[in-house]
Design a protein around this ligand. Structure first.
Ligand SMILES: CC(C)(COP(=O)(O)OP(=O)(O)OC[C@H]1O[C@@H](n2cnc3c(N)ncnc32)[C@H](O)[C@@H]1OP(=O)(O)O)[C@@H](O)C(=O)NCCC(=O)NCCSC(=O)C[C@](C)(O)C(=O)O
Ligand SMILES: [Mg+2]
Length: 356
């Protein structure tokens, strides 16, 4: 553990100073594509215009014999395009793989100035972040970068979950954490074979109504990921970094995808992954607060004046705490609306309707 005095010191001579606050730019969807897949790669510049984050994936879902092609493809795409306000991220191979060292050396030295965040899979504890932290500092110094790269961890091992708080606080580079439900299920020996989402077998049942134990008993499906997402959100909030739901693998089931994303949004996540173009608009819709909620939040803030005391609005008590809840929603809405005139207009129209 580094001394708190040294926490913000660069880890290599010539490396840029670490950031003191994680920039909160829109990241409602982290759109995954395989840079070795020519069709997907060709679509990347257009998709970049529709998403908050474009991520060149080098890890799982890229075949072993395409790893170098994916790495080279990402370098070529980053060099050939200016993505404007859209962030460019990458997911490198896992730290125990034969590819990750070349991933990091190549990407940081070739396109380090274009990348915002490096996603590290299968993080088990702070030691994994410390390894990446020092290596990135060395590579940033070699590449002459002036802006430090940030690191995003995937929570997808049982030990990663057990150590999530120390992972979140392991480095000033830590930008956020995503849930990785597939590897996590395997690591925990959970018996679901789905990539995220619910499972009809994970349920609670009402009490029996008579002798027949099968009759009249309603069942309610429960959320397999509730505990992990909530724990991840707390760890991230404690350390001032951002939590994300990860992938929803049933691409065809856009309805359940929206439900899973919304659960994560309500619990505190700022975004989710889109694996297929059809999931981009779902994430955009879910992770942008609804206009009616924004209008309500703005009304409470307006009526609460200096933010202290208690008032009744439409039969509901509001006080110092509830105004803070409303600020969370209103501030997110303002940040998103700043880059999206359509959203800004929808928020203002809903606000006008209730505030006049
Ligand atoms: C699911 C797949 C195979 C279906 O791909 P498809 O070609 O069969 O689908 P499609 O519906 O036929 O595609 C329609 C068009 O969209 C294109 N397309 C399709 N997807 C994309 C995309 N993402 N970005 C850009 N373009 C895309 C596709 O190339 C096609 O183009 P065309 O009309 O010209 O023929 C495909 O969408 C895909 O490979 N997506 C990315 C998968 C991925 O990145 N997986 C890794 C993240 S999840 C994970 O790792 C787990 C985790 C966290 O680690 C853990 O829980 O442990
Ligand atoms: Mg995984």
């Amino acid at each position: 553990m580094r001394s708190p005095k040294d926490f913000f010191a660069p880890l290599a001579l010539g490396a840029p100073a670490p950031v003191r606050e994680i920039p909160v730019t829109p990241s409602r969807m982290i759109h995954f594509f395989d840079p070795s897949n020519e069709k997907m790669a060709a679509k990347a510049p257009d998709i970049a215009k529709k998403v908050d984050v474009l991520l060149g994936n080098l890890e799982d879902a890229v075949r072993a014999d395409r790893k170098e092609a994916a790495r080279d493809g990402l370098v070529a795409i980053a060099k050939a395009n200016d993505f404007g306000k859209t962030q460019l991220w990458t997911r490198v191979n896992s730290l125990d793989s034969p590819w990750v060292l070349d991933d990091l050396v190549t990407l940081v030295t070739e396109i380090g100035d274009k990348l915002d965040v490096i996603m590290v899979p299968k993080v088990e504890g702070a030691q994994d972040i410390h390894y990446v932290d020092r290596l990135l500092a060395q590579l940033e110094a070699r590449a002459g970068l002036t802006k430090p790269l940030l690191v995003h961890a995937i929570l997808e091992t049982a030990s990663g979950v057990a150590n999530v708080e120390e992972i979140a606080g392991a480095s000033p580079r830590m930008q956020g954490i995503s849930l990785g439900p597939a590897d996590l299920a395997a690591s925990r020996r959970m018996k679901t074979t789905r990539v995220g989402g619910g499972h009809p077998g994970y349920l609670v049942r009402t009490d029996p109504t008579g002798e027949d134990l099968n009759e009249g008993r309603t069942t309610y499906q429960q959320d397999l990921w509730h505990y992990t997402v909530a724990r991840m959100v707390d760890a991230c909030a404690m350390h001032g970094i951002l939590p994300y739901y990860g992938p929803f693998g049933d691409i065809r089931d856009v309805v359940a995808c929206e439900d899973q994303f919304r659960n994560a949004f309500l619990l505190g996540c700022v975004g989710a992954w889109s694996l297929h173009p059809v999931q981009i608009d779902i994430a955009k819709k879910v992770f942008s607060p609804a206009p009616s909620d924004v209008a309500w939040a703005r009304r409470v803030i307006a009526e609460m004046g200096d933010g202290t005391g208690a008032v009744m609005i439409d039969g509901k008590m509001q006080d110092d705490a509830s105004v803070k809840q409303c600020r969370v929603v209103a501030e997110l809405a303002d940040a998103l609306a700043a880059d999206d005139p359509q959203l800004a207009a929808a928020y203002d129209a809903a606000t006008k309707e209730i505030l006049g």
